[in-house]
Design a protein. Structure first.
Length: 100
C-alpha cells in the first residue's frame, strides 16, 4: 500500500496515529481501552492495534494504541482558512484538563 503526502500529490493521505495510555488489565487491555476510543472518537478504527509499552507499577501498564486515519485531499482553492472556535473554547479545554 502506497502512502503519499497530500502536499505533493494532491491525493488522500494516510496518517498513522499513536496514542499512549494506561490500563489496569494486563490480559485484555482492550476492555478498558476500547471504551475510551469510543468516547473520544465515536468508534474503534478498523485495524486498531494495542501493544504493551511497559509496566509502570502494579496494576498500571502503559500501552500504545495504533491506527491509521485517511484524510481526503485538500484542494487549496476550497480552503476556508482556520477553523472558527467559539469564544473561550480553548480556555475551557485547558481548565477541564487541569481539573482532572
Amino acid at each position: 500500500q502506497e502512502r503519499r503526502s497530500a502536499l505533493f500529490s494532491g491525493s488522500a493521505v494516510e496518517l498513522a496515529v499513536h496514542c499512549y495510555c494506561f490500563a489496569r488489565e494486563k490480559e485484555r487491555p482492550e476492555g478498558e481501552i476500547h471504551p475510551r476510543l469510543m468516547a473520544a472518537l465515536g468508534c474503534v478504527p478498523d485495524g486498531t492495534q494495542i501493544r504493551e509499552v511497559r509496566d509502570v507499577a502494579p496494576k498500571k501498564n502503559m500501552y500504545c494504541v495504533e491506527f491509521f486515519v485517511m484524510l481526503a485531499a485538500a484542494n487549496p482553492s476550497e480552503s476556508k482558512g482556520p477553523v472558527d472556535r467559539p469564544e473561550g473554547a480553548e480556555e475551557e479545554a485547558k481548565r477541564q484538563k487541569t481539573q482532572h
